[in-house]
Design a protein around this ligand. Structure first.
Ligand SMILES: Cc1cc2nc3c(=O)[nH]c(=O)nc-3n(C[C@H](O)[C@H](O)[C@H](O)COP(=O)(O)OP(=O)(O)OC[C@H]3O[C@@H](n4cnc5c(N)ncnc54)[C@H](O)[C@@H]3O)c2cc1C
Ligand code: SF4
Length: 327
């Protein structure tokens, strides 16, 4: 791990000012991702700017929906009464993530910006296009059992965002508020925030250098109230998803009026599926409809030797999640 200086920022202006013209410096929130990467010499930051004192707090109802400050802790948001009532899928995505100790420490902003768990990315002895552009991707023919089958490229097949929360946020049209170094704010939908790997897998999100995540806002809808997050993992204590589904349905008189579907663990970004939603809307809320939607969601998947099982697993996960909210 490299030596670094540490400064606590008193305001957003001070925080962004401290990073100005220092591309190697980084913000630190809970530190549960950042320090791991630094200890493994996968990221090197000569300066860390602590943003825990910034007023990016609060979980409140606004005219645009529920606004959650980026410095809120995962556990506080997951257990919040409004989140539990209005967004069961978001609450479940947080409470099924990591361990209780990590959830108490980790922030919403940091969770959104966590990095891939691809084993080759996490081992500096291997080449990796995401770490060193142009160096190669050993996962294409190597150990890819936990990597993506949707949105992949010949440069990278990693689930670049391996977590849970952003899958639920993408499903329910959440929007991020970002603040740049000039103090200007902009809004970016979560479903567009993450980038496909293409030929530039090192560029993972739309965040500009020095930009801060201030908050996330989620519209309140009938389908968000009737929602769930189902996560399939290799052990129940804590583990990343092999496949997961965030779904919400608005069902009236047995017919689906609105549907939201996003998948985790199978795409190179949190995978919103308009294809599945199109199959669901206007149809009866039955297992046959759900199976057709699951087939649509995974059409175009490009499985490799060790992750081919994910195509069927993701379909079954999606059907189960839809059955749960329909029932
Ligand atoms: C053993 C283990 C198991 C885990 N299992 C899961 C799991 O099952 N599901 C899951 O979803 N996650 C899981 N995680 C990941 C965990 O949720 C993340 O480490 C955590 O959410 C990161 O939050 P943090 O506040 O600690 O971020 P930090 O480590 O402080 O920061 C992460 C990155 O975000 C940047 N950053 C942080 N906040 C902001 C902001 N507001 N604006 C701009 N940049 C910012 C930092 O500069 C850094 O680059 C696991 C982690 C571990 C170690
Ligand atoms: S899949 Fe992506 S992160 Fe993993 S080794 Fe290949 S380029 Fe690197």
């Amino acid at each position: 791990m490299n030596n670094f200086s540490y400064t606590q920022a008193g305001s957003a202006k001070e925080a962004t000012g401290l990073l100005k013209d220092k591309p190697q410096a980084a913000y630190i929130a809970g530190g549960t991702t950042l320090l791991d990467l630094m200890k493994a010499n996968l990221e090197e930051h000569p300066q860390l700017v602590d943003i825990n004192t910034l007023p990016f707090k609060g979980i409140e109802q606004t005219k645009d929906g529920l606004r959650i400050g980026a410095m809120e802790r995962m556990s506080d948001v997951g257990e919040n009464k409004l989140v539990l009532e209005q967004f069961p899928a978001i609450s479940e995505s947080l409470l099924l993530a990591a361990s209780p100790q990590l959830r108490n420490m980790a922030s919403i902003g940091g969770n959104i910006l966590q990095r891939t768990r691809c084993g080759y990315f996490r081992d500096a002895a291997f080449p990796c296009n995401k770490r060193v552009p142009g160096s190669g991707c050993p996962a294409l023919e190597g150990d890819n059992h936990n990597l993506a089958v949707l949105g992949t490229s010949e440069s990278c097949i990693a689930t670049a965002y391996p977590g849970d929360l952003s899958v639920a946020l993408a499903a329910f049209d959440a929007v991020l508020t970002l603040e740049n170094q000039k103090g200007k704010q902009r809004q970016v939908p979560v479903k567009d925030f993450y980038l496909l790997p293409g030929k530039t897998p090192q560029k993972e999100t739309m965040l500009e250098p020095g930009e801060l995540i201030v908050a996330v806002t989620i519209p309140m809808t009938a389908q968000a109230r009737r929602s769930t997050y189902l996560k399939v993992r290799e052990r129940s204590s804590y583990a990343y998803a092999l496949a997961s589904a965030a779904v919400g349905l608005d069902v009236q008189g047995g017919t689906i009026r609105a549907a939201r579907v996003a998948l985790g663990g199978v795409g190179t970004k949190p995978w919103r599926s308009p294809e599945a939603e199109k199959v669901l809307v206007g149809q009866p809320a039955t297992e046959a409809t759900f199976r057709a939607a699951a087939a649509a969601a995974m059409r175009g998947a490009q499985p490799r030797k060790e992750n081919a099982f994910k195509v069927e697993l993701a379909q079954n996960t999606l059907v189960q999640a839809l059955m749960k909210v329909a029932g």
